[in-house]
Design a protein around this ligand. Structure first.
Ligand code: AMP
Ligand code: MG
Length: 425
């Protein structure tokens, strides 16, 4: 008996699907910032996108000051007479000397205290010997200290007028610290994007509820909520939608009115129970759908009026990969940031893939572990299933294998995309 040839795992050959790079080009081409600007206190700015150039209005530090607890003196005196100084001042952090040092004079000084006028060098207290003579305090400083030792100069961190951050940068803790160090308490950032999060599938239940055979807990909601946390978004949970065409359509239509982005998971293929595609096609425009990647073939991108629609696959691994590669950069751009490219570096493969399909790009869950020489190598998660959250948990990144590669041998250099480059661990 001759039957129809098997179509492998897809109904369209990967050759005819959009390639990863083409998908990125479409996304880059079709999205731009929608968020407007608001002024916010620094306390609320972590991971927000800066909407202005930040320039230092003053020097940081403001004045020359001591880097250690010790004794401040004039290096020229030291050159001439060695290290025997008369102690004439005491300066603690937050206080400044009114008068300069007399010749051969030194000041007891503490970390962060402003240098007395004339002083340019500080000896650490551990290296010095206090000395009393005729009721007068002296300090003996050992030879060998260079001019300027242990002294922090005004503006050495940031000089007045220097641009420290540019519009479009996503603020990290150290960036916010830098802004605070210049004395600013507020900055202009882009408004948080309003994102509607939707899970779809008759089988889905929220954790905490009872399940029967056939039910699946909605883990993707928590996965995506967590991933959205890397972009400081305002997430609305629209819950779980049943696989019902009319319900899907009205929910998307309503959500599009008051959200910048609708992010769905599941129902993205062309099965009879998949309704996202037809809902998008009837409500708005579809710009992208089937991709030549694994995992994550059905990845929808479209618009419903002014709202961007991102339809992720339902399988957890595919949902996470598509979020990181496509949804995350898109939402960054909509929120005023850059199109976030993954961090990538080459490492030797500690695994083999004897046969890989050409024409599609594959992303493996992998962890970096030292090989025999102590250098990092990529270890692929052994099971391939797109439903296995275990692999995501054990991995610390993705290995990216391009379309034209048809096998991987142990030791081949492969591209590793660390999760840390996506703002997660
Ligand atoms: P679908 O894309 O709707 O065909 O779903 C593909 C697979 O992913 C099915 O096994 C679903 O049960 C599963 N799935 C879909 N949505 C979720 C979700 N929110 N959480 C966990 N698994 C899901
Ligand atoms: Mg489904």
């Amino acid at each position: 008996m001759t039957g129809r040839p098997l179509l492998d795992d897809c109904f369209l050959h990967d050759k005819e699907r959009l390639r990863h790079q083409e998908a990125l080009e479409i996304l880059k081409d079709r999205v731009s910032r929608v968020a407007d600007i608001e002024v916010q206190p620094l306390e609320t700015c972590l991971e927000r996108v800066l909407a202005e150039e930040v320039t230092a209005p003053r020097n940081v530090p403001l004045a020359d000051n001591s880097a250690v607890d010790g004794y401040a003196f004039r290096h020229a005196d030291f050159d001439e007479a060695g290290g025997f100084f008369r102690l004439e001042q005491r300066i603690a952090a937050g206080h400044a000397a009114d008068v300069g040092l007399a010749p051969w004079g030194a000041a007891r000084i503490f970390t962060g205290a402003v240098m007395p006028p004339g002083a340019d060098t500080v000896a650490m207290q551990e290296d010095c010997e206090p000395h009393q003579q005729d009721g007068q305090d002296f300090v003996i400083v050992p030879q060998g200290l260079k001019k300027g030792a242990n002294c922090r100069l005004a503006g050495e961190d940031v000089a007045e007028g220097t641009t420290i951050l540019s519009a479009g940068q996503r603020l990290r803790p150290q960036d916010i610290a830098a802004i605070a160090s210049t004395g600013r308490a507020e900055v202009s950032v882009y408004r948080k994007l309003k994102v509607a999060l939707v899970s779809t599938g008759d089988e889905l239940r929220r954790p905490g509820s009872l399940v029967t055979v056939g039910d699946v807990y909605d883990s993707n909601h928590y996965l995506l909520r967590g991933l959205c946390g890397t972009l400081a978004l305002e997430v609305t949970d629209l819950g779980i939608l049943k696989d019902d065409a009319a319900l899907v359509e009205t929910t998307l239509k309503d959500a599009a009115r008051d959200h910048d982005v609708i992010l769905t998971t599941g129902g993205a293929s062309r099965g009879e129970e998949d309704h996202m595609l037809s809902a998008l096609d009837s409500l708005g425009s579809r710009h992208m759908w089937q991709l030549a990647i694994k995992p994550g073939r059905p990845m929808m991108f479209g618009t419903i009026d002014k709202c961007v629609y991102l339809g992720l696959p339902g399988n957890p691994v595919a949902a996470m990969v598509c979020f990181l590669l496509y949804a995350r950069p898109v939402m960054s751009v909509l929120g005023g940031g850059p199109f976030l490219e993954p961090q990538a570096f080459q490492v030797p493969a500690a695994f083999e893939v004897p046969r890989k399909k050409p024409d599609r790009r594959e992303f493996y869950r992998a962890s970096l572990k030292p090989d025999g020489d102590g250098r990092p190598a990529a270890h692929k998660f052994l099971r391939d299933g797109s439903g296995l959250i275990t692999g995501l948990r054990e991995a610390d990144g993705l290995v990216e294998i391009p379309e034209d590669v048809t096998s991987v041998s142990r030791g081949d250099l492969v591209t590793f995309l660390p999760f840390s480059g996506f703002g997660i661990r």
